[in-house]
Design a protein around this ligand. Structure first.
Ligand SMILES: Nc1ncnc2c1ncn2[C@@H]1O[C@H](COP(=O)(O)OP(=O)(O)OP(=O)(O)O)[C@@H](O)[C@H]1O
Ligand SMILES: [Mg+2]
Length: 347
């Protein structure tokens, strides 16, 4: 089971291996607004929005209602709770590499190493072979964040099998087996993360703070309407309108969409300059990916650079009852992280 605690909701996916194929056993979601808030005065960690008790309660509710049988869980850690850095090291053996990463990471990570846990991937060069340089991508997760996930597992009677930064879950669900240079753009509620992969290997990961909730806020402010009404307009019309009120919504939303696009292009340009390679395809993930008109707009803007645009379909390689297929396609972008996390348990 993979459990993704996002800013806007908690999603659970249960997968099982059946012969050669991976089968969807169960899935479920609870909106953050339905999670019981702690009484005033409850202390919650800065980097997580809810207390362990609330998060455990939400996970338990989904597990109960969806009838999930397993107790084994993998948790993805949100990008805003982790730090990413990459650096190069001279060629060395795997054992030496671990020590060297710890040594080198000290100068890149804004917290004492005693307060973080490191997770890394080699993304260039071959460890233990005669390649001149090894490039490593390192994620650091504060230990108190890890402790909170341990607490959640304990409170909900789950057995935590693993924790990993969420980009590795996205990689497993969407980038594995993809040849060429692809970007996964996860447009969530409070942040957007742009990850670039080459032949399935993670090359770079950047987050920025323009995201889905900014779209709702700007609509709500500009039209002087409540947040929920703005949310509904965003989800129903998005940026498809060319007349009347729909056109107005489009014009209000476009500057925010453009700034997501501009940030993304900037990351692409940096990647291009450093690696001398261009992104060939963008996979849109996160619930904002399905905003009406978004994919078409990205396509229009990125097509001149010969970049393809797709909406994430993490259930593509998962077998499920046929009756669910269309719905799962629509929900794919929201469940990508949870699917990737659950897949880890089947490796
Ligand atoms: N159909 C839709 N059209 C447009 N936006 C949508 C749609 N459904 C959800 N959203 C928006 O997507 C955002 C939530 O995305 P998602 O569920 O991927 O985020 P999250 O994982 O909870 O948050 P984060 O990754 O930032 O922690 C919200 O801003 C929500 O309004
Ligand atoms: Mg998310």
């Amino acid at each position: 089971m993979g459990v993704d605690f996002g800013t806007s909701s908690v999603r659970v996916v249960e997968l099982a291996r059946r012969g050669q194929s991976v089968h969807l056993q169960n899935y479920g979601e609870v909106a953050a607004s339905d999670i019981q808030k702690s009484p005033p005065g409850t202390i919650t960690s800065d980097s997580l929005l809810f207390s362990s008790r609330e998060m455990a309660g939400a996970a338990e509710a989904i597990i109960r209602e969806a009838g999930i049988a397993t107790r084994e869980v993998n948790f993805p850690i949100p990008d805003f709770s982790s730090f990413f850095t990459s650096f190069e090291l001279p060629s060395m053996s795997p054992k030496e590499l671990e020590q060297a990463i710890f040594y080198e990471a000290r100068s890149y990570i804004p917290l004492p190493l005693s307060e973080v846990t490191l997770d890394w991937q080699v993304e260039g060069g071959v460890v233990g072979k005669r390649s001149p340089l090894i490039k490593v991508l390192v994620a650091a997760v504060p230990n108190d964040v890890i402790e909170q996930y341990q607490q959640i597992a304990a409170l909900s009677g789950l057995q935590m099998k693993s924790l990993e930064v969420e980009v590795f879950a996205l990689q497993r669900a969407l980038a594995r087996g993809e040849s060429g240079t692809i970007a996964i753009l996860d447009i969530g509620a409070r942040s957007t993360t742009c990850n670039i992969f080459e032949n399935g290997e993670l090359k770079t990961s950047h987050s920025f703070n323009v995201s889905g909730n900014d779209l709702t806020e700007i609509l709500s402010r500009a039209l002087k309407i409540g947040y929920q009404d703005a949310e509904n307009i965003k989800k129903e019309q998005g940026i498809t309108g060319f007349q009347g009120a729909e056109k107005e919504a489009r014009e209000i939303l476009l500057p925010v969409v453009d700034s997501i696009l501009e940030e993304t292009k900037k990351i692409f340009r940096t990647f291009n300059n450093n690696q001398k390679k261009g992104v060939e395809k963008v996979i849109l993930a996160g619930a904002t990916a399905v905003m009406p008109g978004l994919k078409e707009y990205f396509l229009e803007e990125l097509n001149p650079q010969k970049i393809e645009v797709q909406i994430a379909d993490p259930f593509k390689k998962v077998s499920c009852p046929q009756i669910l297929e269309d719905m799962l396609k629509e929900m794919g972008p929201v469940y990508a992280v949870a699917v990737g996390s659950a897949l880890k348990g089947l490796e």
